[in-house]
Ligand binder design. Structure first.
Ligand SMILES: [Zn+2]
Length: 180
């Protein structure tokens, strides 16, 4: 039977490494679509301007809020002095620090600068993710524009039809009434 002592550790207790972290916080910012006005003016193809509820901040039951909530991650690093190994799973070591934090050894870096570069890269990815969800909100706006255009076209068609029926009624019965 293999003795635990036979496993050679790729680190030493007391090694000081650096852990990349992202300090997550929720931020509320003005809606990027309506800039807090809760409504947007949509210009239709014929140049008409209509005001509609903002879709960008209008998700949910309470209607447009004028703000959106995002998670932002500020990069930071923390000193990690290895106190003991925790586990070895799939070839990856999990270690515990002198402050009780647990982390994967492969995500610990020998210098503060290296760890910070990794943390900064992750924060940038989060920023990119936020920008992508803003772009998705903007797609919601074009849906609004389309919906407005659709309803206005239906109204115009209905008005034309109504006008046609009125004209027919007048042609057929109007002259008859006059004759009588
Ligand atoms: Zn909005």
């Amino acid at each position: 039977m293999t003795q635990p002592e036979a496993i050679s550790l790729p680190f030493r207790v007391g090694d000081v490494l650096w852990m990349p972290l992202a300090e997550s916080r929720q931020v509320t910012i003005p809606c990027p679509i309506c800039a807090g006005k809760r409504v947007v003016r949509v210009e239709l193809g014929d140049g008409d301007l209509v005001t509609v509820d903002c879709d960008g901040c209008g998700l949910g039951f309470s209607g447009p809020q004028g703000t959106i909530t995002e998670r932002e991650h500020d990069p930071k690093v923390e000193r990690f002095e290895i106190a003991e190994p925790v586990s070895l799973y799939g070839g990856e070591w999990q270690v515990r620090s002198t402050t009780g934090a647990e982390h994967e050894l492969k995500d610990l870096y020998p210098t503060e600068a290296e760890a910070f570069a990794v943390a900064a890269k992750r924060s940038a990815q989060q920023t990119e993710h936020n920008m992508m969800s803003r772009a998705r909100r903007k797609k919601g706006l074009s849906k609004t524009a389309w919906t407005v255009r659709y309803h206005r076209e239906r109204i115009r068609d209905a008005e034309r039809e109504l006008a046609w029926h009125r004209a027919r009624l007048h042609d057929k019965w109007g002259s008859h009434d006059d004759a009588a």
